[in-house]
Write a protein that binds this ligand. Structure first.
Ligand SMILES: Nc1nc2c(c(=O)[nH]1)N[C@H]1C(S)=C(S)[C@@H](COP(=O)(O)O)O[C@H]1N2
Ligand SMILES: [Mo]
Length: 528
């Protein structure tokens, strides 16, 4: 064991002799932390996936992030906000680890203190998970032990390698070799545990379970075939149906819940006459409905693309609610997902005859895992944050006074009816078109009211009514197109929609928070 033999160097810390080289010290810090995170991730994958220290910290960050920052993240990074968060965390943790290593060039203390501090942060975040149970502490604990052990083993090796020559007469390259071996082993250990952790977490079990679902039962009754001419994709709008792989994805899950149908059950309770518990098989054996439903995120900015359309197959909510017997006074359905996220849906929207359902299928396939496999709620006409609970495991009949859902707790509206909106898909903002007859095409939506008219105008001129695509359903988006004569020069194009109740989309621009953006989508183009 080396000790500090040179007290004279204390005040300056500039004497490099007995200290570990800066580069090596930084690497030590990073490897100790990497090993901790790798082991933590692996143990979490085996014991309790949400307790992975790295992800637990990320999840806690998501839960605590102040609204404006979260809004900025979704509007700037869209559906990639999670990757950006994880990358940002990796950078911060690396910097902290390097600093920890650098502070430990002579003694173990500072580096160990840092590893312990990170361990405590990891454990605290895991403990703050809404689905916390005692086993959640195992992964952070294992991470802590792995981090301390790695640092405590590598540090003396590095000290010896940095020690002056007398130590090494017999075997001059020995200490360096052993250090390199140690560093290599730690790197491999962190890599292998991290890789295994990630592979186990992307549970083969849930994927296999989804593959084993097989063809879902046909819905009862006849279902209208997808309408012909429901989009103007040839003119540049999205296709009427969105492929599962292209369907927008928004959730707070850094790690998507992995559930096998055999483990799945749903409880319906609260203000009901009879509590019901249903397995996946019981759900799929019930009478099913199928309907195209356009889902929209409340965080969709004017002209944004957090909107998609799919055919969902599922159990009508009104049947389940009737069976449970909703008590008088219950006006809210509080839904909880396997990862603790909650939505709060008006009971009325699930019993008024619309196609509100617990969806098992999406576009002819079992729900994709990231869209809620095995079961999610879908309610036409409501934003996803109040109605689209994915990985749903619990439904409690309650009141709006008694329960505030995840996003309501964070300042968003209790009720989330989708606002009438429209978007210009072509030409895109800040592009150049050939002057003359220019095709303008786009998308409009007013779910569960329907789109009756879409108008466009150039340069604040007269509004011109556009051609609407085939009317599929009041619950789905509607594409539109027209041709405008545009002279050479800059032009401002605007669109507004009128829903089937006769209400025209407001020009007043509002933020997405608390209950959805309003305002006309406007693009600036140049005709040449
Ligand atoms: N479990 C869970 N369900 C959730 C969310 C979530 O974060 N967790 N986000 C909601 C929001 S805000 C939206 S817009 C929709 C998006 O559904 P999608 O990802 O299938 O498009 O899911 C809703 N359901
Ligand atoms: Mo959303």
């Amino acid at each position: 064991m080396t000790t500090d033999l040179d007290p004279a160097s204390e005040p300056t810390t500039a004497t490099p002799e007995p200290g570990i080289a800066r580069s090596v010290a930084g690497v030590l810090g990073v490897l100790a932390v990497a090993m901790a995170l790798g082991v933590g991730d692996l143990v979490a994958a085996l014991v309790a996936p949400p307790s992975s220290p790295f992800l637990a910290v990320g999840n806690q960050f998501i839960r605590l992030t102040p609204e404006p920052l979260k809004e900025f993240a979704t509007s700037t990074f869209g559906v990639h906000d999670k990757q950006v968060l994880l990358a940002g965390m990796a950078v911060v943790i690396t910097v902290v680890a390097v600093i920890g290593g650098l502070l430990s060039r002579r003694t173990l203390g500072p580096g160990l203190t840092l590893v312990v501090a990170l361990g405590i942060i990891g454990a605290t975040c895991a403990a703050a998970s809404p689905t916390f149970t005692l086993p959640y502490l195992m992964a952070p604990l294992a991470a802590l032990v792995a981090g301390i052990a790695t640092f405590a083993v590598l540090h003396p090796l590095a000290r010896r390698a940095a020690a002056p020559a007398p130590d090494r007469v017999a075997d001059p390259t020995g200490p360096r070799r052993r250090l390199l071996l140690g560093l290599g082993a730690a790197l491999a250990g962190a890599g292998v545990t991290g890789f295994l952790g990630r592979s186990f977490a992307a549970s083969a079990a849930a994927q296999a379970s989804r593959a084993a679902v097989g063809p879902l039962p046909a819905p009862a009754g006849t279902v209208a075939p997808p309408p012909v001419g429901a989009d103007f994709a040839a003119s540049g709008t999205p296709t009427w149906l969105t492929r599962n792989a292209d369907f927008y994805r928004i959730d707070t899950a850094l790690q998507v819940p992995q559930i096998s149908t055999s483990d799945y059950s749903l409880r319906i309770h609260g203000l009901v006459d009879r509590e019901i518990v249903l397995t996946y098989d019981q759900l799929r054996r019930r009478s099913l409905i199928e309907a195209a439903i356009t889902m929209t995120c409340v965080s969709n900015d004017i002209g944004g693309n957090l909107i998609s359309n799919a055919v969902f197959l599922g159990v009508p909510l009104r049947d389940l609610l009737a069976e449970a017997g909703v008590r008088a006074g219950a006006n809210q359905i509080a839904s909880t997902s396997a990862d603790g996220f909650t939505t709060g849906t008006p009971v009325a929207a699930c019993t008024d005859g619309r196609n509100a359902m617990l969806a098992l299928g999406m576009n002819g396939q079992p729900l994709p895992i990231e869209h809620g496999f095995p079961v999610r709620m879908v309610v036409p006409g409501l934003y996803g944050y109040v109605s689209g609970c994915k990985w749903i495991t619990d439904i409690e009949l309650t009141t709006f006074d008694a329960f505030r859902s995840y996003w309501q707790q964070r300042g968003w509206g209790a009720q989330g009816p989708v606002k009438t909106q429209s978007r210009i898909d072509v030409p895109r903002d800040a592009t150049t078109v050939t002057a003359g007859r220019v095709t303008i095409a786009g998308t409009a939506w007013a779910q569960h009211r329907g789109i009756a008219r879409v108008e466009v105008r150039a340069d604040s001129g007269a509004w011109q009514t556009t051609e609407l695509a085939a009317d599929a359903s009041i619950d789905t988006w509607r594409m539109w197109r027209t041709v405008l004569a545009l002279a050479p020069g800059p032009h401002t194009l605007q669109v507004r929609a009128t829903d089937a109740t006769g209400a025209t989309q407001t020009s007043a621009v509002t933020e997405t928070i608390p209950d959805g953006a309003t305002g006309w989508h406007t693009v600036q183009i140049t005709a040449v």
